[in-house]
Design a protein around this ligand. Structure first.
Ligand code: SF4
Length: 223
C-alpha cells in the first residue's frame, strides 16, 4: 500500500512535469471540430470515428442545416427516406451506414429520454448509440467542464512510451492515470498527450531528436 502511494506520487510528479513542459508548446484546441451546441459536438464526434476532424467539418454545416436538433435527426430512425438523406450527407466520413444509424438512434434517445438535451454524465452518454467513453469524455470535458481523460490511439501510445501508464486497454489505461493524476489536470492531460502524439510522437518514426520531453522519455530513440 505504502509502495503504491510512493509510486503514484512519483508518477504524478513526472506526469505534471511533462504537462507543464508541453502546455506552452501544444496550444491548439482539441477536438478541432466545429460545433455550436452540445448536440452538434456529440454528432460531430460520432462522425469523427475513423475520420479526420477536418473532413467532418466539411460535412457538418449541411448536416446541421438539415437536421438542426435531436427531433429532426430522430426522424431518420423512423423514416427510411430521411435515413437515406442522412447517409448521403455524411457519406464522405466513411462507415456512413453505421454512423447514420447511430446518429439517428442517438437523436431519438435524446428526444425521447432526455427532453431533447444532451445528458451530462458518463453513464447516460455511453448508453447512447455510437457513444463510447472517448466520445463521452470529449462531450463531458468540452461542454460540461467535467474532468475526463480522453483516451485515443495517440494518447495511449504517448502515455505508454513515456511510461505514464502501461495498459493496452483504453479503460484500464485511463484508470491507471486517473489513480495518480489530480482531476483538475485530466482534461489538459488528454489534450496535450494527444497533440504530442500527432505532432512529435507518431506511431512510426517519432521525432525524438526534436522532442521537447525526450529527457523524460524512456522510449526516446524508438523506431
Ligand atoms: S522522445 Fe520520442 S518516443 Fe518519447 S515522447 Fe518524444 S517523440 Fe515520443
Amino acid at each position: 500500500m505504502e509502495a503504491t502511494k510512493h509510486t503514484n506520487e512519483a508518477l504524478r510528479l513526472r506526469a505534471e512535469a511533462v504537462l507543464d513542459r508541453l502546455a506552452p508548446i501544444h496550444t491548439a484546441p482539441l477536438p478541432a471540430l466545429s460545433f455550436g451546441s452540445p448536440f452538434e459536438l456529440l454528432a460531430a464526434t460520432i462522425l469523427s470515428a475513423q475520420c479526420t476532424d477536418a473532413r467532418v467539418n466539411l460535412v457538418t454545416p449541411a448536416l446541421f442545416a438539415r437536421f438542426p436538433d435531436p427531433a429532426s435527426l430522430a426522424a431518420a430512425a423512423e423514416n427510411s427516406d430521411v435515413l437515406t438523406e442522412l447517409e448521403l450527407l455524411i457519406r464522405s466520413t466513411g462507415f456512413f451506414r453505421a454512423k447514420a444509424r447511430n446518429l439517428s438512434l442517438m437523436a431519438k434517445a435524446l428526444r425521447d429520454l432526455h427532453g431533447g438535451e444532451v445528458p451530462g454524465t458518463m453513464e447516460e452518454l455511453t448508453a447512447l448509440a455510437g457513444v463510447g467513453r472517448k466520445t463521452a469524455g470529449v462531450v463531458l470535458s468540452v461542454c460540461f467542464g467535467v474532468p475526463a481523460i480522453v483516451v485515443d490511439t495517440h494518447f495511449g501510445r504517448v502515455a505508454r512510451r513515456l511510461a505514464l501508464a502501461s495498459s493496452e486497454d483504453p479503460i484500464k489505461l485511463e484508470a491507471e492515470i486517473a489513480a495518480y493524476l489530480p482531476r483538475d489536470r485530466w482534461i489538459e492531460c488528454g489534450r496535450l498527450l494527444n497533440l504530442h502524439g500527432r505532432v512529435f510522437c507518431a506511431a512510426r518514426k517519432p521525432l525524438c531528436g526534436e522532442c521537447p520531453i525526450s529527457e523524460s522519455c524512456p522510449a526516446r530513440g524508438i523506431r
